[in-house]
Design a protein around this ligand. Sequence first.
Ligand SMILES: [Zn+2]
Length: 259
Amino acid sequence: MLNHRKVNLIFPLLFILLLTLDLRIGISNWFYPALVVLKLAVMFWGSYFINSNYHIKTLCEIKTDEKIIALTFDDGPDNTVTPALLQVLKKHNVKAAFFCIGRKIEGKENVIKQIDSEGHIIGNHSFSHSNFFDFFIARKMKNEFEHSDKLVFDATGKQMNFFRPPYGITTPAMKKAVAEKQYHTIGWSVRSMDSMQKNEEKLMSKLTAQLKPGAVFLFHDTWQGVVPLIDKFLNEVKAQGFKVVRPDELFKVNACKNV
Ligand SMILES: [Zn+2]
């Protein structure tokens, strides 16, 4: 699989190859900027697509014939939406993972406690979820991770072991920070885009079409509409004979460092 380390080896070799060809037979000068553009395109693909495993090994789905899927919720907690969502999950007897933003946890420790006590996973989704998070150096990222870790530990007594990159963007600095913290990086295979597309019917048909064994769904517990959407979706999941398992069960990894 193509990753950042291999690309950093391959591209200098390609440059030497071009240079050799140029000196021997002469090639168009356009090959040089084309090589730069190609490298930038590969780096963009690797950073932007979480399932590329380009910078960080990321758990996005599993290969299985068993009709099991996992649900994840990002960018909470929210004082209203998260408890309402927890109620729906309880009704369907479904356990999920919540990738919470540290700055949103402050003042909502009760919601964090409820997520945990009802048997769901809490994962690290940075403290700030800054638009510029992917430009941060590793130390700054690590500080954010530890700030969020402490907030969740103080509320639940658990050390988070799951991390999801804000916006799903990965970088070499993030690779370093994640390695130091020894998190499992969790991605997704189905991005519902529920934060942009609010039409329940369209969302449902998109989700149903992507209901496949081993899939991991990404939602956001930041908007009220996710509550009825999940209720409806879980009815469909059951009707199609699928079972929802917690992501740690799906991937067979520990969601907490100290439990
Ligand atoms: Zn997010």
